[in-house]
Design a protein around this ligand. Structure first.
Ligand SMILES: [Zn+2]
Length: 330
């Protein structure tokens, strides 16, 4: 956690402290990789702090600040864990982690204990809240229906649509904006993270995605190279090591690529793959627009099941076969 608020969150920071109504539950929603967790942790620390500063930052001196986060008795961070019983965990590819029902049961027990401090404020941080599985969601809803006193729930997510509508309706929504490219760039520079401009575009301008993605360069290049072959893509030569980060990850990359195909078709420009623009413009000459649009729909549908324990290699093979067909004359 940093000791300052990221510049792109300053307005949200002011807004949340102007909030007169004291809700039981908040949702912090914003794009992936923009530092939402840092914001939520900073807010929690300041909320529990005994003497917050005039700009609402935590004092860093009081006992609450000293305890935060690991040994703070009134701060509970619920994050996804690996589920042993899950079929997918037996596979080599990335396992999907969920917030499970047992974690919410434990939370219930924790809430039954009285708050530790005199002021009695507690924070339950659930992050990312979109990883709550069905049973856990229902259990959380029960808690939110009769919220315990002096307890603030904070749900952090980039995928609000994955939360139960009944949970959403019980929370106050705070939108966390993404940084501008300039803000992201200077943030990465201040962290001494060298990156090329294209990676920032590919990460959709999210600085923490750049940090994460800078480690996946090899796999990213392999996927990009495959896609850039268009109709000449050789399905038999696909190296399935690209599934190291999960089918979800590969799908994301393909979705960005086809987005650029469409953007180039209509506006002769790229959004994510700026350095592949020439290549993409060459490809769209052979592209069938109708086939592309139905491929985009198929990818969206696949995305919904991409985290399920299915045969990921077979799925990916199909995705590439269909990709090839975009470039076939109809
Ligand atoms: Zn403090």
């Amino acid at each position: 956690m940093t000791d300052f608020i990221f510049p792109w969150f300053k307005d949200a920071w002011t807004a949340i402290h102007k909030n007169e109504k004291k809700p039981h539950a908040l949702i912090f929603r914003g794009k992936e990789g923009i530092g939402k967790l840092d914001f939520a942790a900073k807010f929690s620390k300041s909320y529990l702090c005994h003497k917050p500063l005039s700009n609402h930052l935590p004092c860093e001196i009081c006992s609450s600040c000293q305890w935060f986060p690991l040994t703070h008795p009134d701060f509970n961070h619920i994050a996804p864990i690996e589920n042993e019983d899950d079929e997918s965990s037996k596979r080599k590819t990335v396992r999907k982690k969920n917030i499970a029902i047992d974690q919410i049961r434990e939370l219930s027990e924790y809430l039954e204990l009285s708050a530790h401090q005199e002021k009695g404020k507690r924070i339950i941080l659930i992050e990312p809240a979109d990883t709550l599985n069905q049973a856990a969601s229902n259990a959380l809803l029960k808690i939110l229906e009769e919220p315990p006193e002096n307890t603030l729930f904070i749900l952090v997510t980039s995928q609000l649509q994955k939360l139960l509508p009944t949970i959403r309706s019980r929370c106050q929504l705070l939108e966390l904006p993404a940084p501008s490219f300039e803000e992201a760039r200077s943030f990465l520079m201040s962290k001494k993270i060298t990156h090329d401009e294209n990676l920032l575009s590919l990460a959709g301008g999210s600085p923490f995605n750049v940090i994460k993605e800078s480690e996946n360069q090899l796999e990213r290049e392999t996927v990009t190279k495959l896609l850039s072959q268009g109709h000449n893509i050789d399905i038999t030569k696909v190296n399935y090591a690209i599934l190291t980060h999960g089918l979800d990850w590969v799908l994301n990359l393909i979705q960005k690529w086809v987005f650029d195909l469409l953007l180039n078709f209509h506006a002769q420009q790229s959004y994510y793959f700026k350095n592949e623009e020439k290549n993409i413009q060459f490809q769209i000459k052979q592209m069938n627009l109708e086939a592309l649009l139905s491929y985009i729909n198929e990818l969206n549908d696949l995305k919904k099941i991409a985290s399920h324990p299915i045969n990921q290699e077979l799925q990916l093979q199909n995705i590439f076969i269909k990709y090839k067909q975009i470039f076939e004359p109809s």
